[in-house]
Design a protein around this ligand. Structure first.
Ligand code: NAG
Ligand code: NAG
Ligand code: NAG
Length: 976
């Protein structure tokens, strides 16, 4: 989430949904009750468990025992007979209980699950067995049938769009076909993180040209987000989209005029689109004179009988220079005449076949790879199109000794995954000519395509050719002027007891213990390792791979040569087919990236669900429920689903989730780690442990929130150990880890309010967690729509103040794969938001992060001290305060990491935003070291360097790649 414009952050209700029926809209058009009807589609009753299960969910933090979490619209007087106007009854079901609506900033204490039986129409969780239909009547008035963020009279919204969290709508049909074709939208979806739309079908009027104004989804703004499994029939636009970033999967468009209209974004990932019988697939050409679309990634998609695939305004000279970035990967355009079309109607890429990989935008790839890719069509050799640009020499450092063993091992077995071999399943790979004569040429056009109006060759153009410009600019505004070296450079060795013990003393010891200034620059990795490694590892702790791995045979001796040095990287402005990268087969299914939707359990009766409250857990936010929960988890069988009734379940020891289990929750119930077990940052302990190391099996978790009650500096909120038995069988969907800022967490603005005006010494009681998620070495994982959020502001107390809450690390992935992260975000963690170390076979699309707003007061070295045993960043190469800030993404000693879309942002320096003016809120954002990575569609905000090597050298500068708000590149690739 980000409210990057204002220091007053507003949050919204923790409700599963907001149904904005016409009465909730105060639009310009006055409407009377009689003109607001929603027609209803009659259905028979069904067996969907959501309607049958015993309801025991309670709101633990306020509103008394009368408060109802679960509301069946029928209980509020709705008839659902197909003719009665049930608007008032539905709105009552949604709003009763003094919930957080208009004029309420935010609340997490009044959750609601609104259920629509199958013969109903509007709803939030519909019957998945028999989808309820919401049919807008001919005189329906309102912005959309369902509105997640209604507009007020003055043009403002109920909720701040980028803070509109925790919303979900699923299992329904929205039918606009009875409305006049000049109006109607299905869902106004202006939302932020932890939101989802799933399993919804939109019925709209087909055809009609300019007179047809219907759209399935209307999204004007937000900071999302995720959606999947949607079908759009008819309409002018299936989707009208504008949002900072989004991940969208499995969308079908039939007979829309334009399937997707992209109004603006920073980054957007589409996967598995099916576009049939539309006029245009995707139009991303908004505002051609100054593009408002940052980047689009499209994977594994197919267009049928859709003449124009994609419309773009990008050109060699288009502005902003990073805008309009487009990545196509395995997109079947055989049903299109033109795959990519310019705004003047000319073809940039012909249709008629599958495009394995095509890139439009600024690229940074190894010269050798660029050379290999380059080719010239047979009958064409126009030297005007010769392109490359600039060669940036990237120095790859030898790997740190502590990792050399596992790296060597990893690389020995896995680096070749890119080349031939049975372990590699090539995605569709066209036989591109590779002619050495065409080196430094990266052009493509399918000149065998004839008869297309305005057909022109695609091309790749050039930056001005300076070379070897790799120095790291130091923004003057960021020079550390505090005069203190306390946070400088490095970790004091022996004195660096990670975090103070669980006392209530206000000042952690290491905050005040000055570090030796620059000395550690000469410290060797092995020294570092031996002095900083935890002495012991407790049985429940998550020893990182470098400790426990049997591949660490190299002990601590320095090993050179595992990574090559001085690899040259070429910078290009590219609009070209590129050689597709082979992904390891573990990530693929039938040649496409594997995907799996959140289980809805439509085929299970309510009797298959085991209530944790029935099993004795209290969920009241105070009772220790560890034993009760462990018991129910241990007794569940593979065909049952453990059901967390809404509540707050305190655990005081590791909750061991066994393999072969299914767990789901009622409107994001909270599991809260608490107490003495979670206080030692030297020996962190898992709060939720998903399988034991070495377990192979199945795990499904959905709709949960994991958090802490009070300081848990030694807690790893979730340790993921299980490996999937069958592809993707170990996964979680809509499970969020949310730290502080809400009722019951004891980490609220009354305790942890920000202190930007003084040199901040972190309060011990606000040091919240060691790490949020650790995917361990032997695990594999499928994560979809998960948000790892350390609160930056208060959600429940009325001041909604910004808060200083400290979590050491966001997501650490050490898995040997496969790992999929679809639509994840990780925000405000101290050392890094995402780290991939000694891992392989990892897919991310897309990822999003934000640097803590308090940094660099204190810096990323405080209060958690980097531990080399965890491969933490130590910021030793830094010379400025702006360098000692949390990494958005760190990749070390890993192979086969594929990122399709990343929005990594830094909006603040010590809560001030003047650094946005100079785009230097921090120095670095992505570190790539000794790894084989392919990062498509990288957008960063206010980091001087988009990509930095482990030695601190800039590899990609933001200022060369300015986009509409962020800076954006199409590709950063490193191979070793
Ligand atoms: C929302 O999006 C619209 C359309 O892009 C834009 O004009 C408007 O300024 C945005 N509003 C906010 C609050 O961001
Ligand atoms: C794409 O959208 C623009 C509006 O931004 C519009 O002018 C143009 O006609 C559209 N292109 C096509 C082919 O529909
Ligand atoms: C392009 O639009 C941005 C706002 O998105 C604006 O700041 C910039 O000045 C515009 N550039 C030009 C050349 O008009």
């Amino acid at each position: 989430m980000a409210n990057f414009q204002s220091s007053i952050l507003v949050f919204v209700a923790h409700i599963i949904l907001l149904l904005g029926l016409p009465t909730a809209l105060v639009g310009a058009v006055p409407v009377t009750p009689n003109t607001r009807e929603l027609a209803i589609s009659g259905r028979s009753s069904s067996t969907y468990w959501v309607g049958d299960i015993k309801r025991q969910g309670t709101a633990p933090f306020g509103h008394g025992s009368d408060y109802k979490v679960y509301r069946n619209v029928m209980d509020f007087g709705a008839k659902g007979d197909g003719s009665t106007d049930d608007t008032a009854a539905i709105n009552k079901a949604i709003s009763s209980g003094n919930r957080c609506g208009k004029d309420c900033d935010s609340s997490t204490t009044t959750p609601a699950l609104v259920y629509f039986p199958p013969y109903y129409y509007t709803q939030i969780v519909g019957d998945a067995v028999d989808l309820p239909v919401i049919k807008a009547s001919a005189d329906f008035a309102g912005m959309a049938v369902i509105d997640a963020d209604p507009y007020n009279d003055d043009g403002s919204n109920w909720y701040t769009n980028q803070n509109n969290f925790f919303r979900a709508v699923r299992n329904l049909v929205i039918d606009l076909t009875a409305m006049p074709k000049g109006s109607g939208a299905g869902i106004h979806w202006q939302v932020g993180q932890a939101t989802s739309l799933q399993n919804i079908r939109f019925e709209m009027i087909k055809g009609g040209g300019a007179a047809n104004k219907q759209q399935g989804i209307f999204m004007d703004n937000g900071s999302g987000g995720f959606m999947s499994d949607l079908t759009f029939n008819g309409g002018n636009y299936g989707m009208f989209l504008g949002n900072q970033q989004f991940t969208t999967r499995n969308l079908k468009f039939n007979g829309c005029q334009t399937a997707i209209f992209m109004n603006w974004n920073w980054a957007w990932t589409f996967k598995s689109l099916e576009i049939n019988n539309c006029e245009v697939g995707l139009n991303m050409s908004t505002s051609p004179s100054n593009q408002t679309v940052g980047s689009v990634m499209m994977l594994d998609s197919k267009l049928t009988n859709t003449p124009i695939g994609i419309v773009t305004a990008w050109s060699k000279a288009s502005i902003p220079i990073g805008g309009g970035t487009l990545i196509l990967d395995n997109v079947d355009f055989s049903g299109s005449t033109t795959a990519v079309e310019d705004i003047d109607g000319s073809s940039l890429l012909a249709g008629g076949s599958t495009v394995a990989n095509w890139v439009q935008g600024n690229t940074y790839a190894p010269s050798s790879a660029a050379n290999k890719r380059a080719y010239t069509p047979d009958q064409e050799d126009d030297s005007d199109t010769v392109t490359i640009v600039e060669t940036v020499v990237q120095t790859v450092q030898a790997c740190p000794a502590s990792d050399s063993g596992s790296v060597a091992s990893t690389l020995a077995t896995n680096a070749p995954a890119h080349s031939v071999g049975s372990s590699t399943e090539a995605r569709i790979t066209p036989a591109l000519p590779t002619d050495s004569d065409t080196a430094y040429r990266s052009i493509v056009s399918n000149t065998d395509v004839t008869g297309l109006p305005g057909f022109d060759n695609s091309w790749l153009s050039i930056f001005e050719g300076s070379s070897d410009s790799v120095e790291v600019p130091v923004p003057s505004s960021m020079v550390d002027t505090s005069g203190s070296t306390a946070e400088a450079a490095s970790v004091p060795a022996a004195t660096s007891s990670a975090v103070p013990a669980a006392t209530s003393s206000a000042v952690p010891a290491e905050v005040s213990s000055p570090a030796p200034s620059e000395a550690p620059l000469t410290q060797t990795p092995s020294q570092s390792e031996s002095t900083l490694a935890p002495a012991t590892v407790s049985s429940t702790s998550s020893a990182p791979a470098s400790q426990s791995s049997d591949t660490t045979s190299g002990s601590s001796s320095s090993s050179e040569g595992t990574c090559s040095a001085n690899q040259a990287i070429s910078k290009g402005r590219t609009q070209s087919t590129m050689k597709s990268q082979s992904m390891p087969s573990s990530l693929l299914k039938d040649g496409a990236v594997f995907e799996k939707s959140k289980p809805l359990y439509a085929d299970l009766p309510a009797s298959s669900f085991i209530s944790v409250k029935s099993a004795g857990a209290k969920g009241d936010g105070t009772t220790d429920d560890t034993e009760a929960l462990q018991k129910v988890l241990d007794s569940a069988t593979a065909d049952q689903v453990v059901y967390f009734d809404h509540g707050a379940y305190v655990i005081t020891d590791t909750l061991k989730v066994p393999k072969n289990i299914k767990i789901t929750g009622e409107v994001w119930p909270m599991i809260m780690a608490h107490g003495d077990k979670f206080q030692n940052a030297k020996e962190p302990v898992a709060a939720m442990q998903i399988g034991q190391k070495g377990d192979v099996g199945s795990v499904e978790m959905s709709d949960l929130v994991i958090t802490t009650k009070g300081s848990c500096r030694g807690a790893i909120l979730m340790e993921w150990n299980v490996a999937a038995e069958t592809q993707g069988s170990a996964g979680m969907w809509d499970v969020h880890i949310r730290i502080g800022g809400s009722a019951g967490t004891e980490l609220q603005s009354d305790t942890c309010k920000k202190t930007p005006d003084v040199k901040t010494r972190p309060k011990a009681e606000c040091i919240a967690a060691f790490m949020l998620l650790h995917v361990t070495e032997k695990a594999s994982a499928y994560l979809e729509n998960t948000w790892m959020w350390t609160a930056d502001h208060e959600l429940d107390l009325s001041d909604h103040s910004q808060v200083d809450i400290y979590t050491g690390r966001g997501i650490l992935i050490e898995s040997q794969g496969p790992v999929w992260l679809w639509g994840t975000a990780s925000e405000h963690h101290q050392l890094y938001n995402y780290q991939v170390s000694s891992a392989k076979d990892v897919f991310m699309g897309l990822i999003q992060s934000e640097t803590p707003y308090y940094q660099s007061n204190p810096s990323a070295l405080t209060p958690f001290t980097p531990q080399s045993a965890w491969n933490d960043p130590d910021f030793k190469t830094c010379t400025t305060a702006s360098c000692r800030k949390s990494w958005g993404l760190r990749v070390l000693n890993s192979s086969d990491l594929f990122v399709y879309g990343a929005g990594l942002y830094s909006f603040f320096e010590n809560y001030a935003q003047t650094c946005l003016n100079t785009e230097d809120c921090q120095e670095n954002m992505v570190e790539v070291d000794c790894s084989d990575v392919h990062i498509y569609g990288l957008s960063t905000k206010a980091a001087v360097n988009m990509v930095t090597s482990s030695s601190g050298k800039s590899m990609v500068l933001e200022k060369d790649n300015t986009s509409n708000f962020c800076s954006t590149i199409a590709l950063f690739e490193q191979t070793i």
